[in-house]
Write a new protein. Structure first.
Length: 163
């Protein structure tokens, strides 16, 4: 099961590397304003999607492969928006665009299904609204195994279209 992480930390690191030109990005296939930067840390696929204004990231969405679920790839998601850009719907719109890019790409590779999951702090209402709008599932109340804090676990199985 996924664990709660603070994607704001990843956003800060990505911002530094992006400013220095250290993150090779390509435009999205479906949304050319969405930047895509795949990586493979520790042998696990991670697909990063970003929105930017010049060299400033305005939103980051990450799908980190966490293993397999029912024989299909499972991804933990994380997303973050810098404080100056919050309240504009960027998290929701970037997550929706990133999920469309991910499912289209993996479907074209012949993968029939994926599982996506998020673990959200019970007190982080804004993040719950973002993931609820995209996942359209009822979360399960859990205790996060890493922090010991109460959390909500969202998981969704998605059938992919083959191109």
């Amino acid at each position: 099961m996924a664990q709660m992480t603070d994607p704001a930390n990843a956003l800060a690191l990505f911002q530094q590397a992006f400013e220095r030109g250290q993150i090779p990005v390509q435009p999205g296939r479906l949304d050319p304003d969405l930047l895509f930067a795949p990586e493979n840390p520790n042998g696990h696929a991670r697909f990063n999607y970003m929105r930017a204004e010049g060299r400033l990231l305005t939103a980051l969405v990450m799908f980190a492969q966490s293993g397999m679920e029912d024989g299909h790839p499972a991804f933990n998601i994380g997303y973050a928006v810098p404080e100056a850009y919050r309240g504009r719907g960027l998290a929701k719109s970037t997550l929706a665009a990133a999920l469309a890019e991910l499912t289209t790409g993996l479907g074209a590779a012949g993968i029939p299904f994926i599982h996506v999951e998020a673990v959200i702090d019970v007190d982080h209402v804004v993040s719950q609204r973002v993931v609820s709008a995209i996942f359209d599932v009822v979360p399960t109340a859990i205790t996060d195994s890493e922090s010991g804090l109460p959390a909500l676990h969202y998981i969704r199985k998605i059938a992919l279209k083959r191109s």
